[in-house]
Design a protein around this ligand. Structure first.
Ligand code: ZN
Length: 99
């Protein structure tokens, strides 16, 4: 139960993550605050977020991961993984893909 509450939480998370990537070019500390707030909501409501959202911010330094700006994305074909490297703190995260 509690699906409406979860929907609201998920919607807030997605709005905050959008705001964070929009704000990155203007105010990086504000941008990180948006990410942190989204992360706090995720933890508090224990909602699942999509893979895209999961990889749209760095869990270590809470920067939004913007391709070409704050993240580099590499395909590790041998291990069938996509590796995201945060250019801010060098933290890496990866997920497996199927071909
Ligand atoms: Zn980072």
């Amino acid at each position: 139960m509690g699906s409406l509450r979860d929907d609201i939480a998920r919607e807030r998370i997605s709005i905050l993550l959008d705001l964070a990537s929009e704000m990155w070019g203007k105010d990086q500390s504000l941008s990180r605050k948006y990410v942190k707030r989204a992360f706090d909501i995720k933890k508090k409501f224990r909602v699942r977020i999509s893979r895209e959202e999961k990889f749209s911010f760095c869990r270590k330094c809470l920067s939004p991961l913007i391709p070409g700006k704050t993240v580099s994305i590499a395909f590790d074909r041998r291990n069938k993984r996509v590796v995201y490297s945060c250019k801010i703190c060098n933290n890496q995260s990866a997920f497996k893909y199927k071909d």
